[in-house]
Design a binder for this molecule. Structure first.
Ligand SMILES: *Cc1c(COP(=O)(O)O)cnc(C)c1O
Length: 398
């Protein structure tokens, strides 16, 4: 059998792979401490679940408009105004089957073969894959912990060519948790206007920020950049609703309408009852978030401190999201048995097999000397996990 070139070139998600392996070990009765999860560990709040139950009882179980029910689009419009000082009307908003689906639609709506999509690394694994699926070429800007995982303005300028179609901005970031300095976002906006390319601003982690950090919506910096921005968000991370599959995007009406036409042929509407749940999430009480963010913050500090106490590992303090992204280059070249740690993949393998700790190696995120640990997991897991990682590192030989 010959599969399509597209299918053959699609890389599997490294995050889902390690999670599956760790889950299998758990199912086999092995006590694994898991840091691989890409979703909050809290339950979806009760009032949101109840909204779905009510929608079901009322018979909202049929097709809806492909781009989402009007009430949800209105709620999203109000949210943008209130949270981001952005005026987007219903024609500027499309609801999709998750933020990931919104992003897929954006690449499909904007990119032709030969177009370039600039993606700073470490990146969320789906960005380059989705660019390739649209025939676009991912242009990667490497960044390190030394610059807080943000590119310099010079790096951004050097990556822009006449073929640049769009730039992916994800602050706070998955996998690093990093937030870009305001000046870099300002400079990106100026460059996008000057060279007329789009900025896709993935703001899925905007509510999960620490230390008084203020997330910046690049579209809000002025009318010219707003025209060239597609703002992506969703309910998965903020409301612990990853399984419900509701995300959304906002942009110029022409772009949104193109995304809608594509969505018509791909999925039609996102699940009707999940849309009512998302409506309750966005319009309902937000105060529970304070507790979640406070809890994430405690874990963040515990994890960063614990990792930095381990020789060979160094971890910057992330400003948002629920990930840390420690540098493990200090362990490269060390040995266990007859194997040598050549990169973070080897170290992650070693941790899973020998220490029963699941982390995601950075190679899938374009950063092979790092690994991602999610702290969307209990404090006990963090404390036990740190102990095990420390023991495992102590057992390595030079
Ligand atoms: C989780 C995530 C998304 C979207 O997730 P959905 O569940 O599809 O809404 C988008 N971008 C990043 C960086 C993410 O981590």
């Amino acid at each position: 059998m010959t599969l399509s070139e597209r299918a053959r070139n699609a890389a599997p998600s490294p995050t889902l792979g390690i999670t599956a392996k760790a889950n299998q070990m758990k199912a086999d009765g092995i006590d694994v401490q898991g840091f691989a999860a890409g979703e909050p560990d809290f339950d979806t709040p009760e009032h949101i679940k109840q909204a779905a139950v009510d929608a079901l009882a009322k018979g909202f179980t049929k097709y809806t408009p492909s781009a989402g029910i009007p009430a949800l689009k209105k709620a999203i419009s109000d949210k943008f105004q209130h949270d981001n000082e952005l005026t987007y009307g219903p024609n500027n908003i499309i609801v999709s089957c998750g933020g990931k689906h919104s992003l897929y639609n954006i690449f499909q709506a904007l990119c032709n073969p030969g177009d370039e999509a600039i993606i700073p690394a470490p990146y969320w694994v789906s960005y380059p894959e989705q660019a390739k699926l649209a025939g676009a070429k991912p242009v990667i800007i490497p960044t390190t912990d030394r610059t807080g995982f943000a590119p310099t303005i010079e790096q951004i300028r050097a990556a822009v060519t006449k073929n640049t179609r769009l730039f992916i901005l994800n602050s706070p970031s998955n996998p690093t948790g990093a937030m870009w300095p305001r000046e870099t976002i300002d400079a990106l906006a100026d460059l996008a206007v000057e060279h007329d390319f789009y900025v896709v601003s993935d703001e899925i982690y905007e509510k999960l920020v620490y230390d008084g950090n203020e997330p910046v919506s690049i579209a809000a910096l002025g009318p010219e950049i707003k025209k060239r921005t597609i703002t992506v968000n969703g309910v998965s991370k903020t409301y612990s609703m990853t399984g419900w599959r509701i995300g959304y995007a906002a942009a110029e009406a022409e772009i949104v309408s193109a995304m809608g036409r594509l969505q018509d042929s791909m999925t039609s509407n996102p699940t009707s009852i999940a849309q009512y749940a998302a409506l309750a999430a966005i319009t309902g009480p937000q105060d529970f978030l304070n507790d979640w963010v406070a809890e994430f913050d405690r874990r963040r500090q515990e994890l960063v401190m614990g990792l930095n106490a381990i020789p060979g590992i160094s971890c910057t303090t992330p400003g948002g999201a629920f990930y840390v992204f420690p540098n493990v280059s200090g362990l490269i070249g060390k040995r266990f048995g007859d194997r040598t740690i050549g990169n973070a993949d080897d170290f992650a393998d070693y941790l899973l097999q020998d220490a029963q700790v699941a982390v995601v190696p950075g190679s899938g995120f374009g950063a092979p000397e790092y690994m991602r640990l999610s702290y969307a997991t209990g404090m006990e897991t963090i404390q036990r996990g740190i102990e095990r990682i420390a023991d495992a590192v102590r057992s390595l030989e030079d």
